[in-house]
Write a protein that binds this ligand. Structure first.
Ligand SMILES: C[S@@+](CC[C@H](N)C(=O)[O-])C[C@H]1O[C@@H](n2cnc3c(N)ncnc32)[C@H](O)[C@@H]1O
Length: 230
C-alpha cells in the first residue's frame, strides 16, 4: 500500500483544515503559536514564520491559514485592519521558497492570487454559510454549482423569519456573536470536537478534504476528474 503523504498544517488552531486533509489521506502535523489541546494530530507550538526551512521541506505539502482579522469585512468597515499583522505575503514567500505544493486559505477580501471560493452549500451534509478562499500553486477546479443561499437560522428577534427556522435543520452562520447553539454549530460545520471560539476560527473539514483530494492527485501525479454540474 502507498504511504500516506505528510502535510504541514500551519496556523492550525483546533484542526478544521487538518481534519479535512487527514480524511483526504494525509498524515498531518499542526503548528500554532498558542497551545491547541484539542488538535487531533501531532502538534508543535511555534511561530509558523520562524520554522527551520529543512523542517518545512521534510513534508510533502503545506497548508497555511494565517489570521484573517487584517483582511476581514469588519476590519474594512471599522478601518482598523492596520491593528492586525498582514501575514499572507510573508507566508507566501516562505511557501514559494519551499518548492512544495501549497495552499493558503483566507477570508473574502484577503489578497490571495486566483483563489477558488468554497461555500457550505457546495458540500452535502454541511449546513453553514461560510465563504473561504483557497490559493494553490497548482490548478484546482472549484465545484461548478454555487447555489443561492438558503434562509439562515437566527436568534435575532428583529429578523422577519425569527421563530420560523430550526438550528438542527436549517443553515446557520458561525460567527463571533453567533446565531445558533454551539452544538448546532458543531453539527453544521461537521467539527464535533471544537469549542465555540475554535469553530469561529475554523474552516469546515469538508473544504480541506476537497482541496486535499486534489493535492493528493498532484503528489501522486494522477489526473483530475472532470467535475460535471449536477
Ligand atoms: C484562522 S485560525 C486557523 C484555523 C484553522 N485552519 C482551522 O481550520 O481550524 C489562525 C490561527 O493562527 C494562529 N497564529 C497566529 N499567528 C501565528 C504565528 N505567527 N504562527 C503560528 N500560528 C499563529 C492563531 O493562534 C490561530 O489559531
Amino acid at each position: 500500500m502507498m504511504a500516506r503523504p505528510r502535510l504541514l498544517d500551519l496556523f492550525c488552531c483546533a484542526g478544521g483544515a487538518g481534519a479535512g486533509y487527514h480524511a483526504a489521506g494525509f498524515d498531518v502535523t499542526g503548528v500554532d503559536i498558542t497551545d491547541q489541546p484539542r488538535y487531533p494530530y501531532e502538534f508543535i507550538r511555534a511561530d509558523a514564520l520562524s520554522l527551520d526551512p529543512s523542517f518545512i521541506t521534510s513534508f510533502d505539502a503545506i497548508h497555511a491559514s494565517p489570521p484573517c482579522q487584517a483582511y476581514s469585512v469588519t476590519a474594512k468597515r471599522t478601518g482598523n485592519g492596520g491593528a492586525w499583522p498582514r501575514l499572507i505575503e510573508p507566508v507566501r514567500k516562505m511557501l514559494e521558497r519551499s518548492g512544495l505544493p501549497y495552499v493558503i486559505e483566507n477570508v473574502p477580501g484577503a489578497p490571495l492570487r486566483n483563489p477558488i471560493v468554497l461555500c457550505g452549500t457546495m458540500f452535502p451534509g454541511l449546513r453553514v454559510i461560510r465563504h473561504r478562499l483557497f490559493e494553490t500553486n497548482w490548478t484546482v477546479q472549484a465545484p461548478l454549482h454555487h447555489a443561492p443561499h438558503p434562509l439562515c437560522h437566527t436568534l435575532d428577534r428583529r429578523k422577519n423569519h425569527f421563530g420560523c427556522t430550526n438550528e438542527w435543520r436549517d443553515f446557520v452562520q458561525v460567527t463571533g456573536g453567533g446565531n445558533c447553539s454551539v452544538a448546532a454549530a458543531r453539527d453544521a460545520m461537521q467539527a464535533p470536537w471544537m469549542s465555540k471560539p475554535e469553530l469561529n476560527e475554523a474552516i469546515p473539514p469538508a473544504y480541506a478534504e476537497f482541496i486535499g483530494r486534489s493535492l493528493l492527485r498532484v503528489i501522486r501525479q494522477t489526473p483530475e476528474p472532470v467535475i460535471v454540474n449536477a
